[in-house]
Design a protein around this ligand. Structure first.
Ligand SMILES: [Zn+2]
Length: 401
């Protein structure tokens, strides 16, 4: 083959190539972009699928948790139901037993009641009812009927008293030897301040045998007059004969020959009641301590009442001692210190009495007098307990404790 032929071939090839190439390239490019597009959409689809998978997984997890909790709840519910069922069963048994015991109790109660009412055990309902009504009519609703109480105690005429006599009475009270003076005389001598009760007073049906000590235990600190005035509501109300204020002042609400309601006779023990006792209220509230002047006044007052009414030491009691079911007053009261102080005062008064008796034996002797030859006193029992005042006797007891 010649060169021209080769050239011819070459040219022809080049021509063909130049003609074919763009078509092929275009086709290739087209297919590439289609593929790219399809690839793009595939990626997007994959992403969507992935998202959907994730959310599905989440949902599955959630539903699993929910299912679990539901299962738990159901289990718990069933357990609770079981317990409730058991409890109901027990309750029913208890109720049954209760009903049974109630039936027995009612029967016992009825039998006892019939006995109390003085009826035969065969007595019918109507009979019992009639009897109960009859008894209720007779029995008082309260511990004391309203008509037992007085608004005020009848006054007794007070004899006039000189200022020196009053002074002597005060001294005697301080020395523990005022027992022969009446409470009225002590009021006159300003040993006691009078702040009368209105209502709540009644005539004693027994003699005084006990002294019951209380503390007021008010919600907030209050003085004695306020405590006394708080009692004065209506005809039937509580009260004590004496109230000892924080400053040691002794208030007498009524002559202690009259009774007041300071203990609950349905709850007291050892036979203590309002008819046979005198009440002393010591003013105190919350965390307050008793003041020293208060304790001194209480000690002197108790000594006076003991002397005046012959009350033994054993019969000086606290409200809490004789009504322990619901009372604990006087709160934080130092009984040992109290009885020691009282014993000291007693010793002091006895030494004074001894001094008086010794002096009564000494006969005044004058140098012109003949030697005494008359009878000697044999009675050494001490001064008679009279209500008359003997000032010469009292003036010897000048010492204060
Ligand atoms: Zn009390």
């Amino acid at each position: 083959m010649g060169i021209s032929r080769l050239l011819q071939l070459f040219v022809a090839l080049m021509l063909t190539m130049s003609f074919v190439y763009p078509v092929e390239v275009l086709a290739a490019a087209r297919s590439t972009s289609v593929r790219a597009r399809s690839l793009q959409s595939t990626v997007a689809a994959r992403r969507t699928i992935a998202k959907a998978k994730t959310s599905t997984a989440r949902l599955t997890k959630k539903s699993a948790t929910t299912k679990k909790s539901t299962k738990n709840t159901v289990a718990k519910k069933s357990v609770a139901k079981g317990i409730a069922r058991k409890a109901t069963a027990r309750k029913t048994t208890a109720q049954k037993l209760q009903r049974k015991s109630k039936v027995t109790r009612v029967a016992v109660h009825r039998a006892r009641r019939k006995g109390q009412l003085g009826l035969r055990h065969t007595a019918g309902r109507k009979q019992v009812k009639a009897k109960v009504v009859a008894v209720a009519k007779k029995a008082p609703k309260y511990a004391y009927p309203a008509d037992i109480f007085m608004w005020t105690a009848p006054e007794t005429a007070a004899l006039p008293m000189s200022s020196s006599t009053r002074k002597s009475v005060r001294k005697a009270f301080n020395n523990g030897v005022a027992g022969k003076f009446s409470p009225q005389q002590l009021v006159q001598s300003d040993v006691f301040e009078e702040d009368p009760l209105l209502g709540g007073i009644f005539v004693r049906r027994e003699g005084v045998r006990y002294i019951v000590m209380h503390s007021t235990e008010t919600e907030r600190p209050a003085d004695a007059p306020r405590v006394i005035h708080s009692w004065n509501r209506g005809m039937r109300h509580p009260g004590a004969q004496y109230v000892v204020d924080r400053n040691g002042k002794i208030y007498q609400t009524v002559d202690p020959k009259f009774a007041t309601v300071h203990v609950n006779i349905f709850r007291t023990e050892n036979g203590v009641n309002n008819d046979n006792s005198i009440g002393i209220e010591i003013v105190r509230a919350g965390k307050q301590k008793y003041t020293s002047s208060q304790l001194e006044s209480v000690m002197k007052l108790v000594t006076y009442i003991q002397n005046r009414f012959d009350v033994t030491d054993a019969c000086v009691v606290g409200h809490g001692q004789i009504q322990p079911s619901d009372r604990s007053d006087p709160v934080n009261f130092d009984w040992t210190a109290f009885s020691n102080a009282k014993a000291n005062l007693k010793m002091h008064s006895e030494s004074l009495a001894l001094k008086r008796r010794t002096q009564s034996w000494i006969i005044p002797f004058h140098k012109d007098d003949k030697p005494y030859d008359g009878p000697r006193p044999t009675d050494v029992s001490g001064p008679a307990a009279e209500d008359e005042l003997d000032e010469s006797e009292l003036d010897e007891s000048t010492e204060n404790i």
